[in-house]
Design a protein around this ligand. Structure first.
Ligand code: TUI
Length: 325
């Protein structure tokens, strides 16, 4: 199929892999791109040298388009942005801030720019600054989030800008993908579902935690401090949340450095007590391991099936079958 997004990036299927810090490396990104989606190498807080190595590794594994995600709060943001331009990366996505200062440089280098936004205000600013597309990410997503739900944010952003919109947050199956297209999306960004992909190199404990998660098993920390982060419930998340609540009324409590190293402890060490297991609410629907290609092909087939039905047929199907698919 063709959408403005598949045409823009030169990909076969309108599925973008989420830019998950510490998770989205060359192994996962190249598998997603090889399967016809857009794989993304996520820099998180990583060094410029790490990015150069991952790009080389990904390019050795696939000749298809590949993207890089830059987390705007990274201390290395300027150097990472420069590498993206120097290496003429196909696509750059950004999160946790505005990439406005770098857009011109990227465009001059032929890099397609797709900021992740959590509000119509930032979406409009990004369109004015020259972005090629935006990802509208609802607060169902894992990691750093905004306030609005996908159900409200996606149509609102579609109304606010004329560049194509990728829907994100809470999408992990064919029904979610079909719904995202009904809301105005021309592609979906999927993160949590890829955590259990065979090519995803995170610790087994992380995969098990995702597959065991129920709908009520994520928690948002950092809301009171202005940087909300969604993650799976565990000792670390509950402790942070409790400390943050105390800190709101007790200025002697110091939250500085409370998150330091916690994502690494989850992803690399599988430390179930001290790690920050960032994942979206949709972890509740993720219960199997598959290859990236199987995930992508299954999403496409199921979304096509739901998208082909009229409302009566959907209602009839809903009356006789379970939720999955
Ligand atoms: O960026 C994400 N998700 C992330 S980044 C990340 S790494 C991290 N690690 C520890 C603590 C914090 C982050 C983990 N997950 N998603 C995209 C996203 N961007 N969601 C929300 C935003 C956002 C929020 C405010 C973007 C811009 C913004 O304000 C910018 C402005 O200038 O208005």
């Amino acid at each position: 199929m063709k959408t403005r997004i598949t045409e823009l990036f030169g990909i076969e299927k309108p599925i973008i892999q989420g830019g998950m810090a510490w998770v989205a490396n060359a192994s996962l990104a190249s598998a997603v791109s090889e399967a016809g989606g857009l794989g993304i190498i996520a820099c998180g807080s990583a060094s410029p040298e790490w990015l150069i190595k991952q790009l080389a590794e990904a390019r050795a594994k696939t000749s298809k388009p590949i993207g890089v995600n830059i987390m705007m709060m990274s201390e290395h943001v300027a150097e990472l942005a420069q590498i993206v331009a120097d290496q003429h990366v196909d696509v750059v996505t950004t999160g946790a801030g505005s990439p406005a200062p770098y857009i011109e440089m990227w465009k001059e280098a032929g890099v397609k720019v797709m900021p992740v936004v959590a509000s119509t205000a930032l979406a409009k600013r990004m369109e004015r600054a020259g972005a090629d597309a935006v990802v509208a990410e609802g607060q169902e997503a894992g990691g750093h989030i905004g306030e609005l739900t996908t159900m409200v944010l996606v149509p609102a952003v579609c109304e606010a800008v004329s560049i194509p919109v990728v829907a994100a947050g809470g999408i992990a199956d064919g029904r979610g993908m079909a719904a995202a297209f009904a809301l105005g999306g021309e592609a979906v960004q999927v993160g949590t579902r890829f955590l259990t992909a065979e090519e995803c190199t995170i610790h087994e404990n992380f995969k098990e935690k995702v597959m065991g998660a129920k709908d009520s098993d994520t928690i948002v920390t950092g809301r009171l401090q202005g940087h909300p982060v969604r993650q799976l419930k565990n000792k670390f998340a509950r402790t942070v949340k409790a400390l943050e609540e105390q800190a709101a009324t007790d200025s002697s409590i110091d939250l500085e450095g409370i998150h330091a190293g916690s994502l690494r402890k989850a992803v690399v060490d599988g430390n179930t007590d001290e790690g920050s297991f960032m994942a979206g609410q949709v972890a509740a629907l993720v219960c199997e391991r598959k290859s990236a290609a199987e995930i992508i092909d299954g999403l496409m087939a199921d979304a096509e099936r739901w998208g082909a039905l009229n409302l009566q047929q959907m209602a009839d199907a809903n009356a006789v079958r379970g939720w999955r698919g």
